[in-house]
Ligand binder design. Sequence first.
Ligand code: URA
Length: 302
Amino acid sequence: MSVTQQQLAYLNAMGIPVWISRDLADATIFEVISNKANNENIENIQQQSPSQTAPTIQIPSHNNPPTYRSTPPPEYSAENLFNEIDQITQTQQLPKNATSIAESISAKTATEKLIDCSKFDWQQLQSTAINCQQCELYNKRTQIVFDEGARNATWMIIGDAPKEEEDTQGKPFMDRSGRLLDNMLRAIGLERSSVYLTNTLKCRPPNNRDPKIAESNACYGYLKRQIQLVNPSIILIVGRIAAQRLLKTKDPLVRLRGRTHTMPELNIPVIVTYHPRYLLRQPRDKYKAWQDLKLARALLEK
Ligand code: URA
């Protein structure tokens, strides 16, 4: 018996009725990779365990809008309830000694000189990053992972750091999580080529470990200048680490998502959502990511 079914059984046994919201039904958008015509080469992102069954629906397009169920399947109803419990009990904490990028940069610049990228054009910025030795990560990188997409994009997506695939290919979000990100973007009508993608770090941390504060500090000048040059209308930060560092907070992701932020010194709205890597492990939270994307889109429509 899968966890979901088990949970449902518990609820049924306790006589607890369970409801599903429209938003939850809507979120199954990410459960699918469908649209064969458009997506023949894209991996099926349905990460449910074999015993979990999720209904499939088509990724929306103007010709094919999402449909809402009036009667949710019971296993989703149970999930909804347990998701809410998870959301409350999740304890993603920043290590005690961790601090924000802005704070750490001030501390670092007191003793070390970082490259001032604030006046660079794209060519200067990228070539400086290619030759960067401001932290130890340059020793082990195959190449830097600078960006991908449109440098005049409305949407800017920021992840934490390149992993092995990205280090090999030199582009952000090339792994499975990147394919899920592509599908999430496509669900709101965006193609990878029409958004701007980058990370807080331009070099891969060894063994895919989390970025260290000092590494984030050293790289922040590049990211800040990228944001200024692109000047997007909305920034979507994916994942806890990137969000905490860039927003100067230790709040867990569950408290950061679902509302609008601004990054220090940058007057651009920021929405935080789950990293697609997390969603691959926890597909039941995809509906929350879908809500976050809709929130970001709604901000643009204002
Ligand atoms: N995860 C990220 O945050 N960025 C990438 O580029 C790849 C995976």
